[in-house]
Design a protein around this ligand. Structure first.
Ligand SMILES: NC(=O)c1ccc[n+]([C@@H]2O[C@H](COP(=O)([O-])OP(=O)(O)OC[C@H]3O[C@@H](n4cnc5c(N)ncnc54)[C@H](O)[C@@H]3O)[C@@H](O)[C@H]2O)c1
Ligand SMILES: O=C(O)C[C@H](O)C(=O)O
Length: 316
């Protein structure tokens, strides 16, 4: 039997969705179907065609189509959900919860029937709660419902460390644990540059400044853009996660996963390090935390739980 190209659906053809679609195609990860609401069908088709017309120039082979009809997404291997409203200056991500929960629910109702075997990656905010809503609506196993926040938050953290030390971003390693809110937990103790712990290279007050800037990194971009939120780094993060699954790379990445006892939490989607491979979330790593780190994670988990309570009934 001929080997078919992978099919990737991106729901929401706005800033993050369109950027993600282009990056997926540029990396030839599969054919991309971009979906938005019926009122935006023509602009969605237009964006997809425009991207396709970049392919001869850049030399990538991928079909890119735009639609508002889920029939066109039938049998997708991966579905990335970016549908929803973005925050504006002065808003928190949690202010989006009611509107976006409705959107994520309706999108997932369609995905559930058209792509029942898909791995689903959530971006819509507040993303920890939206991943929970998606999980409940889809009824898919937990390894196939994955939220994106840690790859982006870690990318910001590593950017700031590289800037501070004037070293290549390629040599910075670290990660951010917890919810995608201002109380996320960059794990300084597990961060290094070329294997050298950052605590031996950067003074404590500068590390604290980097941690704080990371925590409010999304807000920094929202403030600068004035009418929307970040999309280049979020799209790059989604593509890295999709690639890890499609190529069974078994990357170790911070992802939003359903915790059932790990880190002392039950029935909660939260950012943790995991192996992401051909079967989605293949393993969650449980790290040893100091009492201070655990307390910081507890605060972040409580914030997520409070938002989840607004939109999702606990599993019973
Ligand atoms: N988790 C993260 O790290 C992260 C990063 C960036 C953005 N986000 C979130 O992602 C979401 C999208 O951000 P954006 O900048 O792309 O916003 P955007 O406004 O540019 O695009 C959102 C798109 O979703 C579409 N949409 C709305 N309802 C839909 C539905 N029912 N079906 C299909 N499409 C629908 C809109 O028409 C719009 O085109 C926001 O909620 C934002 O906060 C999260
Ligand atoms: O900050 C936002 O509202 C968007 C996104 O969550 C981000 O971190 O860039």
């Amino acid at each position: 039997m001929a080997i078919a190209r992978k099919k990737i659906t991106v729901v929401g053809a706005g800033f993050t969705g369109a950027t993600t679609a282009l990056m997926l195609a540029q990396k030839e990860l599969g054919d991309v179907v971009l979906v938005d609401i019926p009122q935006l069908e023509n602009p969605t088709k237009g964006k997809a065609l425009d991207m396709l017309e970049a392919s001869p120039v850049q030399g990538f082979d991928a079909r890119i189509t735009g639609t508002s009809d889920y029939a066109d997404t039938q049998g997708s291997d991966i579905v990335i959900i970016t549908a929803g409203i973005a925050r504006k200056p002065g808003m928190s991500r949690d202010d989006l919860v009611a509107v976006n929960a409705g959107i994520v629910r309706s999108v997932c109702e369609s995905v559930k029937t058209t792509s029942p075997d898909a791995y689903v990656i959530l971006l819509s905010n507040p993303v920890d709660a939206m991943t929970y809503v998606a999980y409940q609506t889809l009824g898919f196993p937990k390894n196939r419902v994955i939220g994106q926040s840690g790859v982006l938050d870690t990318a910001r953290y590593c950017t700031f460390i590289a800037q501070e030390l004037n070293v290549s971003v390629e040599d910075v390693r670290g990660f951010v644990l917890g919810g995608h809110g201002d109380d996320m937990v960059p794990l300084v103790r597990y961060s290094n540059v070329g294997g050298i712990p950052i605590e031996t290279l950067i003074p404590a007050d500068r590390i604290e400044a980097i941690v704080q800037r990371t925590r409010v990194g999304g807000g920094e971009i929202v403030g600068l853009l004035g009418n929307g939120s970040a999309y280049y780094a979020p799209a790059a993060s989604l593509v890295q996660m999709a690639e890890a699954i499609l190529k069974d790379k078994k990357r170790v990445l911070p992802v939003i996963a359903l915790l059932q006892g790990e880190y002392g939490y039950d029935d909660l989607f939260l950012g943790v390090p995991a192996i992401l491979g051909g079967d989605g979330i293949e393993k969650v790593f449980e790290l040893e935390l100091t009492p201070q780190e655990q307390a910081a994670l507890d605060r972040s988990a409580e914030s997520v739980r409070a938002v989840v309570k607004l939109v999702a009934a606990p599993q019973g």
